[in-house]
Ligand binder design. Sequence first.
Ligand code: HEC
Length: 259
Amino acid sequence: MKQTGSGPPHSNAHLLACVATLLSILVISARAQSLRENAQMIDSLVGELPVGLVALPDPPIPGDNQQTPQKVELGNRLFFDKALSADRSISCGSCHDPKKGLSDGRPHALGFHGTVLRRHTPSIWNAAFNASQFWDGRAATLEDQATGPMSSPGEMNSPGERELVQRLEADPYYRAAFHSVFGESPTLKDVAKALAAFERTLIARDSRFDRARGDKRALTLHEKNGLVVFIGKGRCALPQWREFHGQQISKYRRWAGRR
Ligand code: HEC
């Protein structure tokens, strides 16, 4: 059969493939160039950045819940103790798992008897610095927050204060520790105080991000680019947080309520 096109059938396809390859090389090298430029910008800024890039200070401690090593130890024990849930099946640490960045590695939290909760478990590293607690900021302090998951039927389904106090009283360590730390038998209020004291020790300090201020090689090229997006287009840096926790919070709460 006679060929009707101009030239061999594969030549157009070949030309197209060459152009496409050339274009991708150009796009990739332009992207690599901008990644390098962003990283250089971060390198030149790290010493002066107004937000982050310094090790966190000690968190604020409320006057009525001073830290003591014994209180922190008590809070640590309570945090990982499944006796805080009705059938002793779940502890705070089941969802805020130290092996998973004090979260649970799941899109939605899994509560009492496998109840899938509506929200994701936030990491509680540095929660001591939050202006308020929970995604919608509905608890003012760590002390206020701590009783929430215990009493929620879907989360830990706590046995109720009376039964919980009996359980703690029956344990020689708890009986002695509550008396020594709070000067009284266990109460729900003191459980919350001890948990909060423990949580105020969960401060992440020596990360590569913390070291970036003095060491330009602490972050990788892509991490530096992530930081550019975080501070720039993402508008995630501190001033926006303040806005969220101030005027934006009621708007956010209305939005969150519809989820
Ligand atoms: C079933 C999983 C689960 C358990 C158990 C659990 N949490 Fe949480 N935690 C969550 C989820 C989900 C949220 C977010 C809920 C929301 O914002 O409405 C949360 C939020 C928090 C926050 C707020 C953090 C922030 O950044 O706002 C703190 C603090 C916290 N939990 C501590 C505790 C403590 C203390 C206990 C034990 C008494 C506990 N959690 C038990 C899943 C859990």
